[in-house]
Design a protein around this ligand. Structure first.
Ligand SMILES: [Zn+2]
Length: 200
């Protein structure tokens, strides 16, 4: 199922990261990010991939899997849009794409965000839901000049959980995290309906 997400690193303003297309929910993408970080960057003593330990390990994940694949992931961590031969044939060079960030990503479509903070050694999971506001949309028909206006709900990202990334920690309960994210989205929809009604 195409559940769109962002795999990101922490910045002063919020986060920056790359697009992920398939199965972006915590029980799938969350678990895959966790496995990759643990196997290749935290527990790895040099046998697999690019190994580091200590404080550089999470920065290496950011450098290799986010900054090294600016085109984003069709399916993390196997197929990216910037190096997979078929996608490169189809789309051209995507190795220099801009990152998406908290101000340049549409929370309506980006349902989950995973933010790695190498300094704090955390993985933060955000979900999406309706915000309190409305978006005022306007489209001008190029032929007739007719203006069409409508309002639609704005979406925003909301924090679900902050996970500590250290070698001693047990694998998080991704099902519980996914459920909590769903509950947050539902609460935001209810708040929105209380304010604007169900019709929008
Ligand atoms: Zn790539």
């Amino acid at each position: 199922m195409s559940t769109r997400a962002a795999i990101a690193f922490k910045t002063e303003e919020g986060w920056s990261g790359v697009y992920s297309h398939w199965d972006g929910y915590p029980t799938s993408l969350g678990a895959r990010i966790w496995d990759t970080i643990m196997k290749e960057f935290i527990l790895n003593k040099g046998e697999i991939g690019i190994a580091n330990d200590g404080s550089r390990s999470l920065q290496s994940f950011v450098d290799v899997y986010i900054k090294g694949h600016r085109g984003g992931w069709s399916s993390f961590p196997e197929t990216c849009y910037c190096h997979d031969p078929e996608f490169v044939m189809r789309d051209g060079d995507k190795t220099q794409e801009e990152f998406m960030d908290q101000d340049h990503s549409d929370p309506l479509f980006i349902e989950w965000v995973y933010i790695i903070d190498p300094d704090m050694k955390t993985l933060t999971v955000l979900t999406h839901g309706r915000s309190k506001g409305l978006e005022h949309n306007k489209v001008v028909d190029k032929k007739t000049g007719e203006v069409r206006k409508w309002d639609s709900p704005k979406y925003a990202h909301y924090p679900v959980v902050v996970l500590s990334l250290n070698p001693d920690i047990a694998e998080p309960n991704w099902e519980a995290i996914e459920k909590k994210g769903g509950e947050i989205s539902e609460q935001m929809s209810k708040k929105f309906e209380t304010r604007y009604g169900r019709s929008i």
